[in-house]
Structure formats: C-alpha cells, structure tokens
Design a protein around this ligand. Structure first.
Ligand SMILES: NC(=O)c1ccc[n+]([C@@H]2O[C@H](COP(=O)([O-])OP(=O)(O)OC[C@H]3O[C@@H](n4cnc5c(N)ncnc54)[C@H](OP(=O)(O)O)[C@@H]3O)[C@@H](O)[C@H]2O)c1
Length: 279
C-alpha cells in the first residue's frame, strides 16, 4: 500500500513509519505538511494518491490546548477535516488517531465504543470535533482512540519520571486519575494489523491493565532499577493545572474483541519491552 503518515516525527508517528515501511511505500510528513493548511494537504494527497492516510499529527499538549483553544481546534479539528476531505477526493482510507480524553471520566468501568463522549477539557473537545469530521465526511475510515502513550521518540510520562527521579531523587505523583498506559510501538503494530482487516469503524486500543499515574510511576521506577526513589501520593487538585483531566479514562477494547483481533499485552509487559528496546 501507499501510505501517508502525518505527525511522523511524533511518538506514535515514528513507530508507525518504522512498522509500516517494511511492507508498504510510506510517505512520512510532520510540520513539512501542515495539516491546518487545506490547500497544501489537498495538493499533497492528490499528488501522492495514497491508498491510506494515517493522521498521527495533533496538538497533544493538554494544558496548551486549554490556554490556546483556537490552535487546538485548528490542528485537532480542522486538520482532521482537511485530511478527510482529501481522502474523500482521492478515495484513500483514513486512519485517525484520537483519545480517551473525549470522555468525562465519571464512569466507574471501562468506556466502550458505544459510550457517549463528553469531553471536559479543550484538548478532548477539539479531538472529538476531529472525530466528527472524519465520521461525517468518510465511510472508509478507522478512528482509533488510545490513551496514556509512551514510546521511544518524543516526550512522555516514562521519560519525565526517570528524569525527575535522577535529578531530584524524589517525586510527587497523582493517585486520582486511572487509565491504561499504552506503548506506542504496540499500538502502531495493532493499527497496521487493523488496516489489513477491512473492518472499518471506531476502535478503542490500549495496552491491557488499569492503574493510576502513581502506580504507573511505581512500575517505571521498579522496572528501571530505581525502586529506591520515594514517591509522594498527591491529588490532581494539588497540581493546579490549566486543564482538568478525566478521573477515569479506561477504554474497553470491545471492537477488537468483537472482530476477533487479539488484544494488546498488559502495560507492565510493554513497559519491560520499552526498557529493553531503548537500551
Ligand atoms: N500522548 C498521549 O498520551 C496520547 C493519549 C491519547 C491519544 N493520543 C493521540 O495519539 C496521537 C499521537 O500522539 P503522540 O503522543 O504521538 O503525539 P506527539 O508526539 O505530540 O506527535 C504529534 C506530532 O504532530 C506534529 N504536529 C503538530 N501540529 C502539526 C500540524 N499542524 N501539522 C503537522 N504536524 C503537526 C507535532 O509536531 P511538534 O511536536 O513539532 O508540534 C508532532 O511531531 C494524537 O492523535 C494524540 O491526540 C496521544
């Protein structure tokens, strides 16, 4: 297949390109194809005429989105619309990556693909509008919601915890948000598998298992040989950040199950693999 990947220098984009380039002709773009520029997107997609476009580009700074709502909508909503229009024009399949933050976090059990989104911050709202553009403009699409990504390329929680542990020797991490940490390499592999299935639609894809950021930090320290570093449990309120976060954003990977597509491994195993692979 001829596949365009946007956001190719990002955490997930990088792993998608790595995975897909073995069996496909991949056209990676990052800021050199600004997805908010409708004309440039149209021109590039028409020129390449790909079989599929994967949108891994996004404005992912959750607090930044709160402070710059216009930019959040421009990148996360208009960007998705521009790519969808180009896919509609050329007949390309679209894979659009979205987030657990489309949910409000009030549920006490994993969110299914049928649950109604109700975002509580600007990042979630802008990502949901992006999803709606894909859904309304295309019929051959995969929307993949994921959560708590960590990977080798780009900034993420695993790297922040290790840096803080090494620099400060102690940490304070929130206990009142639960989710499923997800290794971007595992997700990239699953997206590649899903794209071969032809089962279009909305998918929740995360590594298996549920934890708080505090528990995830404990696992990171233990698995990286820093088990001696002390972590102080705190609440989200103590951090006083611009954007509120859902308290519970666990995603049930129900559509994968329904289609008989194997689920991702537990996040602890993925974290071990991350440390082995990053050596
Ligand atoms: N990270 C998470 O924990 C998480 C959780 C749930 C869902 N997701 C979703 O998963 C996807 C991938 O996330 P990620 O963590 O890989 O993100 P990332 O590392 O921030 O990568 C996103 C990439 O998109 C680029 N980009 C930003 N604006 C752009 C524009 N206008 N045109 C083209 N490229 C642009 C970024 O460049 P700059 O860095 O230079 O701005 C960056 O290279 C996103 O859709 C995100 O919403 C992420």
């Amino acid at each position: 297949m001829r596949i365009v990947v946007t956001g190719a220098s990002g955490q997930l984009g990088h792993d998608l390109v790595d995975n897909l380039r073995h069996d496909n002709e991949v056209f990676p773009f990052d800021l050199d194809l600004d997805i908010t520029d409708a004309g440039a997107v149209d021109e590039k997609i028409v020129e390449i005429k790909p079989d599929a476009v994967i949108n891994a580009a996004a404005y992912t700074d959750v607090d930044g989105c709160e402070l710059h709502p216009d930019l959040a909508l421009k990148v996360n909503a208009d960007g998705a619309e521009n790519l969808s229009l180009a896919c509609r024009k050329t007949g390309a399949i679209m894979v659009h990556v979205s987030t657990d933050f489309v949910f409000d976090g009030n549920k006490k059990q994993p969110y299914t693909e049928d649950d109604k989104p109700n975002p509580i911050n600007m990042y979630g709202r802008s990502k949901l509008v992006g999803e709606e553009h894909v859904r309304s403009l295309l019929s051959s699409y995969y929307i993949v919601r994921t959560a708590w990504l960590f990977g080798m390329h780009g900034a993420n929680f695993v790297k922040s915890i290790i840096r803080s542990a090494d620099e400060k020797g102690e940490l304070a991490v929130v206990t009142d948000q639960a989710g499923s940490p997800t290794y971007s390499r595992d997700l990239a592999e699953k997206i590649a598998e899903l794209m071969k299935s032809g089962f279009f639609g909305l998918y929740h894809i995360t590594n298996a298992g549920i934890c708080s950021w505090f528990e995830f930090a404990e696992a990171i320290l233990a698995k990286s040989g820093r088990g001696h570093v002390k972590i102080r449990p705190i609440t989200s309120g103590e951090l006083d950040r611009p954007a509120i976060r859902p308290a519970y954003s666990v995603l049930k990977n129900g559509q994968l199950e329904k289609r008989g597509i194997p689920l991702l491994r537990p996040y602890e195993e993925a974290l071990e693999a991350y440390f082995k692979e990053s050596l």
